[in-house]
Design a protein around this ligand. Structure first.
Ligand code: NDP
Length: 464
């Protein structure tokens, strides 16, 4: 049967764009529909603008530290509007590159919402027309999840609550830096924004229901980062359950069970993200979804319908940009390039761009212990060279989790400057299955922080 397209991609983010370009490169007739802006969450309101704001937030440290190195730094002033305008310019440039890449590859572009009408049919909602495709790829990503009782029931909208209660969708485009912010959540977004907003000058309170931020990360990193953020003036309230948010012209009041309420100019709700599958027509087409609305797929990104595939956050596997890109690339090579492969999610490095930042790859100490094998722990905590003259007390933490029987390095964790850069490189070693002896045999590069990973001598007892 003749279709309009070989592949129709719904969603112009990291995963969808990569799949479309690679498929077109293999000679397929491809189209992409995007209802908002090309580039998706990562480029438009995620990783990229976040990292730009993180850079901005670290200049304060540089100005302070410079004095210890003989510099006299004059009066400094931060202009939020100037930063946001520069950020917007860069995001628009990147969006243009995404679009140009698609055009160069000969991919058809629809600036429209697309919904699935059947195994081979997609409806373009605003254009009011249907197209057919041999294969459909769902790459719609996710949207911020806001628990019940935050928006809705629990929010008294005596003021314009929507302007005061933010998600990561709105926080990038505030007209001014809030004087004070309460952040709900203890994951990636909560911690990164707590850190960057505090660095830019906001008074930040982080409200987390658990006992320690960043659940799922190595315990030493969680403790070390908590200490550093607290020392930098962030008020971290753990074990804190939000009972309701009340917004008015005076700001926001956050009720905490069994504790005093928190007042702030704004509240950022960073309580996770939900797969963007609502209204997509999945039921009509027979595409099965899980309890969070995620599209259920196998490791080849195949859904329950033979002609429909899904990659990236909408599948709720490892919700990270490079993972979506690999999944999209693998799918396009498999379907059209006669090169079947799958993205390997066994070892996925990740970073939390707080200040200081976290870089981590492989098993945490607790995860390694839970496998039942014997493990050796190597770790060090030290004041980085630059901090001595700067008069800064903050310490770097580096840790290796090693399989006691095979000597294989199972996990590599760092808290400190450049942790993301360093751990990206050690991820190569872990992917290759490197042993501790091979780390030790690597000649150190001196003087740098990363050399500590190849000079860790003292075995430490594993934690309880
Ligand atoms: P996370 O899943 O990282 O964290 C969600 C946080 O919200 C957790 O602390 C969780 O608590 C808390 N939470 C969830 N539900 C509730 C609730 N009902 N009431 C109170 N607290 C709640 O999500 P984020 O929103 O921070 O980020 C979304 C995703 O985006 C990340 O998982 C990651 O995949 C991606 N991301 C990656 C970044 C990076 O690579 N640097 C940066 C930013 C985002 P608990 O721990 O108790 O479950």
């Amino acid at each position: 049967m003749q279709h309009d397209y070989d592949l129709f991609v719904i969603g112009g983010g990291s995963g969808g764009v990569r799949a479309a370009r690679i498929a077109a490169g293999h000679g397929a007739k491809v189209a992409v529909a995007e209802q908002y802006r090309f580039g998706g969450t990562c480029v438009i309101r995620g990783c990229v603008p976040k990292k730009l704001l993180v850079y901005a937030s670290r200049f304060g440290d540089d100005f302070e530290d410079a004095r210890g190195f003989g510099w006299s730094v004059g009066e400094t002033r931060f202009d939020w509007a100037a930063l946001i305008s520069a950020k917007n310019k860069e995001i628009a440039r990147l969006e243009g590159l995404y679009r140009a890449g698609l055009e160069r590859a000969g991919v058809g572009i629809f600036e429209d919402r697309a919904e699935i009408e059947g195994p081979n049919a997609v409806r373009l909602v605003h254009a009011g027309k249907a197209v057919t495709a041999r294969y459909i790829l769902i790459a719609t990503g996710g949207t911020p999840f806001v628990p019940d009782g935050v928006f809705g029931g629990g929010v008294s909208s005596s003021g314009s609550a929507a302007e005061l209660v933010l998600t990561s969708n709105e926080v990038f485009d505030l007209p001014r830096l809030p004087g004070s912010v309460a952040i709900m959540g203890g994951g990636y977004i909560a911690v990164e924004f707590a850190s960057l907003l505090a660095g830019l000058g906001s008074k930040v309170t982080l409200v987390y229901r658990g006992d320690k931020i960043l659940r799922g990360f190595d315990g030493d990193l969680r403790t070390g980062l908590t200490e550093s953020l607290a020392a930098r003036g962030i008020d971290i309230r753990t074990g804190a359950t939000v009972t309701g948010i009340d917004a008015g012209p005076w700001g926001v009041r956050i009720g905490i069970a069994g504790s005093t309420e928190i007042m702030a100019d704004k509240v950022l709700v960073a309580t996770g993200r939900t797969p963007a599958t609502q209204g997509l027509g999945l039921e009509t087409a027979g595409v099965r979804t899980g309890s969070r609305g995620e599209v259920l797929v196998d490791q080849h990104s195949r859904t329950s319908v033979r002609s429909i595939f899904a990659v990236g956050d909408v599948t709720d596997r490892a919700n990270l940009t490079p993972v979506a890109i690999r999944q999209g690339h693998a799918l396009a090579d498999t379907l059209f390039g006669n090169k079947p492969w799958t993205a390997d999610l066994a070892i996925v490095p990740t970073a939390v761009f707080s200040t200081p930042e976290i870089g981590t790859v492989g098993l945490t100490e607790a995860e390694a212990q839970a496998t039942g094998r014997g493990i050796d722990i190597y770790k060090t905590r030290f004041r980085p060279m630059k901090n001595v003259l700067a008069g800064r007390d903050e310490r770097t933490l580096m840790k290796l989790v090693v399989d006691a029987a095979t000597d294989k390095v199972l996990g590599c964790h760092m808290l400190g400057p450049d942790a993301a850069e360093i751990v990206q490189m050690s991820a190569i070693a872990l992917t290759m299955g490197a042993t501790k002896a091979q780390f030790d045999a690597t000649m150190p590069l001196h003087p740098c922080a990363a050399e500590e990973f190849v000079t860790l001598r003292e075995k430490q007892p594993a934690g309880p």
